[in-house]
Design a protein around this ligand. Structure first.
Ligand SMILES: Cc1cc2nc3c(=O)[nH]c(=O)nc-3n(C[C@H](O)[C@H](O)[C@H](O)COP(=O)(O)O)c2cc1C
Length: 190
């Protein structure tokens, strides 16, 4: 099937080169993140960006579960994506789309990164309470995902079990299993 080249090239590696991410490429990624659509145009996303060896990086890294720390340490950039859970435009009422919207913004960022020759690996395995504390997040702001960003590294640098995962098959559900027509479970006929 003919899909966008960047969609086909994107995947989530666990090995990263130590080459730094150029400032301009990072800015392009963040511009892409900024352009994402959102409910009521709230743009409820916030990002913390840590560069290897700076304080933000250390803080984000310290929130990761051990499994993620094992490989994410190679990444030259670590980002923490957060979202505002309440609408500013609707008197602080709950925004049921806040994480949906942050996810779209991260997807835009990730695809721009792919376009720039970079790779992203998103992580839900981190301590949200610790994050809120370390970054003094306001009560209505919640952390949602950590993103490791960098150039592709050499899988040989990874521990055996991670290297095996790196070379494993990339699986996806079939179209029929999730695209429906007349009723739930009835595959849509293209
Ligand atoms: C919200 C979210 C949370 C994830 N959490 C983790 C994680 O904690 N650790 C990890 O190694 N990968 C994590 N992943 C990566 C997924 O496992 C990966 O995207 C999925 O297996 C598909 O592989 P691909 O991105 O290479 O196509 C996460 C991905 C997303 C979108």
């Amino acid at each position: 099937m003919e899909i966008l080249d960047i969609l086909g090239r994107r995947w989530s590696p666990r090995c990263f080169d130590d080459k730094a991410v150029e400032q301009e490429k990072l800015q392009n990624m963040m511009e892409a993140a900024r352009l994402a659509p959102s409910a009521m145009n709230e743009q409820p996303w916030y990002y913390f960006i840590g560069r290897k060896d700076d304080e933000t990086y250390r803080k984000i890294f310290s929130t990761l579960v051990e499994f993620n720390q094992l490989w994410a340490i190679q990444a030259p950039l670590l980002m923490m994506a957060c979202g505002r859970t309440k609408y500013v435009s609707r008197d602080n009422s709950d925004n049921r789309y806040w994480d949906y919207d942050v996810g779209q913004s991260v997807a835009y960022l990730t695809l721009q990164a792919t376009y720039e020759g970079l790779f992203c690996h998103q992580m839900g395995g981190f301590d949200t309470d610790k994050t809120a504390e370390l970054f003094h997040l306001p009560e209505e702001v919640a952390p949602i995902v950590v993103i490791a960003v960098g150039y592709m590294g050499n899988p040989e640098t990874l521990p055996d079990f991670l290297r095996t995962m790196e070379n494993g098959p990339k699986t996806r559900k079939s179209l029929e299993s999730f695209i429906f027509g007349s009723d739930f479970g009835i595959p849509y006929q293209f």
